[in-house]
Design a protein around this ligand. Sequence first.
Ligand code: NAP
Ligand code: ZN
Ligand code: ZN
Length: 369
Amino acid sequence: MSTSISADPSVARRGTVEVEAWATPAAHAPLEPLRIPRREPGPRDVSIEILYCGVCHSDIHQVRDEWGGSLFPLVPGHEIAGRVIDAGGDVRRFKPGDAVGVGCFVDSCRECEACLAGEEQYCARGVTPTYNGRERDGKTPTYGGYSAQITVNEDYVLRIPESLALDGAAPLLCAGITTYSPLRHFGVKAGDEVAIVGLGGLGHMGVKLARALGARVTVLSHSPRKRDDALRLGADDFLVTGPAASFEKNASRFDFILDTVSAAHDYNAYLNLLRRDRTMVLVGLPDPTPLSAGALIGGRRRLSGSAIGGIRETQEMLDFCAEHGVVSDIEVIPIQKINEAYERTLASDVRYRFVIDNRSLDDAGSENR
Ligand code: NAP
Ligand code: ZN
Ligand code: ZN
């Protein structure tokens, strides 16, 4: 690691350190080692040594520019867990050694209605994404957690309870909060019949969290392969979505449906599984899919969407997970296996989240770990 002064005036002439990272230089290109600058902590910043970073399907969407407008080189990663190594003079809540997390955003306008309500993820001026975005100066690119260190304003840093293993806790920073927030917002409670569609990184957290809230959980999966896992994770029932009979037999069954699927599929068929006046929430972000008005009109059903969660709710979720002993089921990989991990995620071959061991960044360039 070397110290240098950034050539970019937008970092206010504060020093930067160069750290190891992995980035993709262009859409669809494989990830490869890259050194990136990190600012030295300002008065309210903390510097974090990143120990683990989860691999979210959103990383893959953005690396491949599937949502458009990706900024390259792109260092993905927004499920960051690590320890504070340095803190600015005005930092109140953190000190070196603390276990901390960083999720999908590192700043927001702090003034709009959403920010003032603690729902920064819906900031009217747009959040500052942890990666594939720009700082609030509109210039400095943000780089994510496939890197050795990150510097973040303390208001956007989460405390990870010491009882949670840092590797298993990393995916809580996106997969955990993205499923917790709609379950809470829509008032899922003990005894409710909840369907989780898609048993991937988000879906398996949805199962664990809905169970911890006391719901009866059914997993809807596109193949029978994950039945045993679903039941082991806490589901009460499992349905394969291929056969039409699954939809006919379970019409009007569920109080709440959380759809985490990353690939295009027919929402209308799933809406028919809701009871009258109940809600289905989309958190997966596939290509556009047609929606039939009839699927909503019959039964006055509601279709909603939900994005991650605010800082306050993310902290609440981490504390809830500590209380209920919930972490992600993970497969820890060295960064050198990241391109392979993307292929396996796309093939639904992950049980249930890849997590990078960031110490492997020291071996940048080695493909043979
Ligand atoms: P993931 O681990 O890859 O899981 C996605 C799941 O979708 C798979 O495990 C699979 O479950 C199902 N699936 C995949 N291909 C399918 C196909 N062709 N047909 C039907 N089902 C298929 O992904 P993830 O990290 O959980 O992310 C899921 C989605 O949520 C992504 O689109 C991601 O960008 C989005 N996301 C949204 C937010 C938000 O704030 N709203 C936050 C994070 C991620 P089965 O094998 O069980 O069918
Ligand atoms: Zn994510
Ligand atoms: Zn705002």
